[in-house]
Design a protein around this ligand. Sequence first.
Ligand code: WT7
Length: 652
Amino acid sequence: MTTPHNIESVLKENRVFPPSEAFSQQAHIKSLDEYKALYKKSIDEPEVFWAEQAEAVHWFKKWDKVLDWNLPDAKWFINATTNASYNCLDRHLTGPRRNKAALIWEGEPGDSATLTYQQLHREVCIMANVLKKYGITKGDRVIIYMPMIPEAAVAMLACARIGAPHSVVFGGFGAEALKERINDSGAKVMITADGGFRRGKIVQLKPNADTAAEGTPALEKVLVVQRTKQDVSMKEGRDFWWHDERKTVSDKCEAEQLDSEHPLYILYTSGSTGKPKGIQHTTGGYLVGTTLTTKYVFDLKDEDIYFCTADIGWVTGHSYVVYGVLSNGGTSLMYEGAPDTPNPDRWWDIIAKYKVNILYTAPTAVRAFIKWGDDWPKKHDLSSLRLLGSVGEPINPEAWMWYYNVIGGGRCPIVDTWWQTETGAHMITPLPGATPLKPGSGSLPFFGVDAAIVDDDGKEVPANAGGKLVIRKPWPSMLRTIYKDHDRFVNTYWSEVPGVYLAGDGARRDEDGYFWIVGRIDDVLNVAGHRLGTSEVESALVSHPAVAEAAAVGRPDELKGQALVVFITLKVGVPPTDALKKELRDHVAREIGPIARPDDIRFAEGLPKTRSGKIMRRILKDIAAGAQVKGDVTTMEDLNVVAKLSASSGDE
Ligand code: WT7
C-alpha cells in the first residue's frame, strides 16, 4: 500500500521525569550511561551480548552457535537444550526460593491461595503426568481454556515440561472462537474448568467447551478443573475431573530436555480482519527475552510482589504473569475477576492487602479508573508500590500523569512498554533506574532491538518525522512463524518494507531518540492531505478535564477526503452538552492545530473494544460512515456498545 504522504506528528509533550536517585541506586541498571553502553554492545556485537545474557537461563546443554539468521528465519542458541518449566520451577528448588511464594492468587469472590515454588512444582509434575497418561508427547498441542486460577499457570507449565506446545484461548471467548483454535492447532487434549467468576457471574467455560468439542474431530480428552462447582455435563470417556485424575499418577516428572528452537506455544491473535494468526514462539530465545526484560524493565527483586493484571489468554499473561516472572524466581500475583467487582477499587484493595510493589496494567484500565473518580484509589494505602507499568496501547499523557500521581503517589517510575504478541517480550521501554520518562513515550529500545522509523520507501526518516516502525535485526524472543502458514508470516511482517520486520504501527522518534507510537498504520487518519495518527488526536481530547476516553476515526468526505469524527466518553457526572462539543473542538485545535479540529463529536457511554481492551476503530469507522458494521466482531468485549452507538449516530 503506498500513500502520498508520510504520517505527520503533531502532538508535543515536553514534560520529563528523570529517575529519582533513590530508585536508581537500588536498580539493576543504574544510569542512562550504563544502558547506553550495554545497548551499544548489543547492537555492535549481538552474538557476544546474547551469549552473555543467555547465562540468565538454565541450559541442559549450551549452544554451538548463538544465531542462524536467514531472513526472515531466525534460529537462536543452536543445538542448545533447555526447558521453560525447569527454568520457572526446578532451578529455584535447591535454595531458599523453594519455600517462597511463586503464585499468590485471589479469586473474585474473595477466596485466595498461595503456592510456593515447591508446591507449584508438585502440581505441575502431577498435571504433566496426567497429560502423559492421555498419550501427550513432545510436539503434541494442548488447548488451555481457563479462568484466572492457579491451575491455568499449572497447565501451561505442565505442557512446557513435556514439550507439548500449549495454545491458551482466552476464557472470555465463546464456543466458535474456541472451536476454530482447537481445529487450527490440531490439539488432542483440552484443559478447561467448569467455569470462572467474572463480575459476580459465572463464565460458562465447560458448556462452551462442550459446544466447541462437537466440531473438533481430533480432540480426544478434556481435563476439567473444578472452580465454580456448578453442574456441568461430563462426557463419558472424554471428560475427566482434575481432582480425580491427579490421584491416579505420580508426583514426579522430569522436565524434557528440549531443543532451544522447540515450540513452547502457539497464541492466536486476531488481526483486524481475517482468520486469527497462530503466533508461534520457541523455548530458548523466548525464555532469554522474557527473563531479561522482566528483570531489567520491572527491576524485579527477590522481595518484590508483582501484580500483572493481564489474563493468561494474552501474550502479556504468558510473558509477564508466568514465564518471565517465575524464571526470575519472582512472586506473581494473579487476580481472577473484574477490576470493579464488588466495587471500582478492587485492585487498590488487593494492592493494599498484599502490599504489592509492582503493578503492570493497560491504558484502557487506567482510563476506566479515571472515569470512576479519584476517591476509589484514595481510600487505600498504595504506599507499597514502587514501580508501575503500562502496555497495550499508547498511554495518553494525561492518563499517564493521573497514573503517576494518583496511583504512584508521584514516587513510582512508569515503564510504558511497547511490544506485541509477535515480539514475545518488551521491545521499546524505559529502564526505570536509567531512563528519564516522557509521558506518552515508550522511550528507548531494549537491548538488541534495532528499531527505526521509515517512510513508504523504507528509508529512515529524520527526527520527529512520522513513519512506520520497523525492527532491523532479529531478536531472541521473536515469533518464528504463523502456525501452518509460513507464507502469511512472510507476507505480513517481512514484505512491505524489504529486509526488516514491520510492526504495523505508525510512530515518530524525537530528537532524544525517544519513540512515540501514534497508532496502527491501518487506522491512520487522512484529513485534507495530512496523515495523522489516531493517538495524538485522542490524547489531545483526553487532556480535557471532562473527557475520560476518546477514539478518532475518518469518515469519507467529498471536500477533505476524510472528515474527522471523534467518539468520546465523559467522566462520571459530566453532562454531554452541545456547548461541550464546541469547547472540545476548540480544545483540539488549540492543542494540536486547526487541521485536527474534529468535524463531528459524538458522546458515547462506552467505546467498542477488543477483549484485551484495545479500541476497535474499524467498527467506529463503519458507524461514523453510517454503514452496517462489517467484519469479525467475535473479539469484541461488549456488542451492546455497537448497538447503542449505531442507534445514537447521526444526531448532528
Ligand atoms: C500492539 C500489539 C504487547 C502485549 C499486549 C498487546 C499496541 C502495545 C503499546 C505501548 C503504544 C502499544 C501496538 C502494538 N501497543 N503496547 N506501550 N504503546 N502501543 O499485544 O495484542 O499483540 O498488540 O499493541 O499497536 O502493535 P498485541
